[in-house]
Design a protein around this ligand. Structure first.
Ligand SMILES: Nc1nc2c(ncn2[C@@H]2O[C@H](COP(=O)(O)OP(=O)(O)O)[C@@H](O)[C@H]2O)c(=O)[nH]1
Ligand SMILES: [Mg+2]
Length: 143
């Protein structure tokens, strides 16, 4: 499996996704720093929320083969800058989380945010309701 680095605002579901990917028990844990998993790198939301930390994201992404940008459809504000995907010289995918608790308009808006960030390949998942995880994880196996 190719190592993926998750980026997204705080509370968007990065850590939960890491736990699901590694068949770990899902338990809430505030991510204070970069955390390495066998197949993933988890980053603090502050790295995306504060543009001063973009360089930290770029440096940390060196160890990953794929960038996973997380969009939380229940979050009204967009944290993904235009053409964000062009920052990294490697494949970037978008992951919309929480689709089980979001309405279609919210999901559409999250999709537009990712597309505006230059991201074409987008997965829609819910880590709690276990929707769409298989498609995402098998993509990471095969890519
Ligand atoms: N309903 C739902 N809740 C989620 C999902 N992913 C994460 N959460 C919840 O959102 C909160 C933040 O999740 P967390 O993974 O810690 O976000 P992070 O800050 O991006 O690492 C927690 O209460 C999770 O249980 C999801 O796909 N669906
Ligand atoms: Mg976290």
């Amino acid at each position: 499996m190719k190592k993926i680095i998750f980026m997204g605002k705080s509370q968007s579901g990065k850590t939960t996704l890491c736990q699901k990917l590694h068949h770990m028990a899902v338990r809430y844990k505030k991510t204070q720093m970069v955390e390495q998993y066998a197949n993933a790198i988890d980053t603090p939301g502050e790295y995306l929320e504060n543009r001063h930390y973009y360089s930290a994201l770029i440096v940390t992404s060196a160890d990953a083969k794929i960038i996973g940008v997380i969009a939380d459809p229940t979050e009204p504000e967009n944290y993904i800058p235009p053409a964000f995907a062009m920052t990294f010289g490697k494949p970037v995918i978008g992951i919309i989380t929480k689709i089980g608790i979001a309405n279609p308009q919210q999901i559409q808006r999250a999709e537009a945010c990712l597309q505006n960030g230059g991201i074409r390949k987008i997965f829609k998942v819910d880590s709690i309701d276990e929707i769409g995880l298989e498609a995402l994880f098998s993509y990471l196996e095969e890519v």
